[in-house]
Design a protein around this ligand. Structure first.
Ligand code: S3P
Length: 174
């Protein structure tokens, strides 16, 4: 059963937060970010969670967060870049509503994510290693209902593309 949420997935720097917020405004829906839920639940930042408890603990918190999302309906939900990338996760996200993958050129994604900073998964990784991480995640992202290519375009255009694709798939009214 679709719970009619719109769930944005994609690599770091894909614009899930910025576009998700814009999209929610356009549709008159609430916007939530899974990273924010984790940060408020833990009372510490994502880099602090990685530093103090490790990545494995962060991934457990992500799993718990997906469970809590089952109570949501009609919202726009931006996920952390690694959230869908474990066995079974994409299936759980697809049960929440329409899953939209914001894809793009990995170098562009990396450049955008590095500008904003605060990404433990990018720390100490070479470009080749980031590309490898992106490649290893693609099979999960590909299971989204809809893919939108963000290469070379701004947030407004990305949102227009998302809306067009959602209308086409009848996930939102025209
Ligand atoms: C992560 C992406 C981050 C955040 C955490 C781990 C990842 O979210 O969840 O730092 O594993 O790709 P963004 O995709 O919003 O940067």
């Amino acid at each position: 059963m679709r719970r009619s949420n719109i769930v944005l997935v994609g690599f770091m720097g894909a614009g899930k937060s910025v576009c998700g917020r814009l999209l929610a405004r356009r549709l008159g829906r609430c916007f939530i970010e899974t990273d924010d839920l984790i940060v408020s639940g833990e009372g510490r930042s994502i880099p602090e969670i990685f530093r103090d408890a490790g990545e494995a603990r962060f991934r457990e918190l992500e799993a718990e967060t997906i469970e809590s999302l089952k109570l949501k309906s009609g919202e726009v939900i931006a996920t952390g870049g690694g959230m869908p990338c474990r066995e079974g996760r994409m299936e759980l996200l697809r049960e929440l509503g329409t899953v939209v993958w914001l894809d793009g050129d990995v170098r562009e994604l990396h450049a955008r994510a590095s500008r904003i900073g605060n990404r433990p998964m990018l720390e100490g990784r070479s470009m080749a290693e980031v590309e490898e991480l992106y490649r290893s995640r693609q099979p999960y992202y590909r299971r989204a209902h809809i893919t939108v290519d963000t290469t070379g375009i701004g947030a407004d255009q990305v949102v227009a593309r998302i809306l067009a694709a959602l209308r086409k798939s009848h996930a939102v009214r025209a």
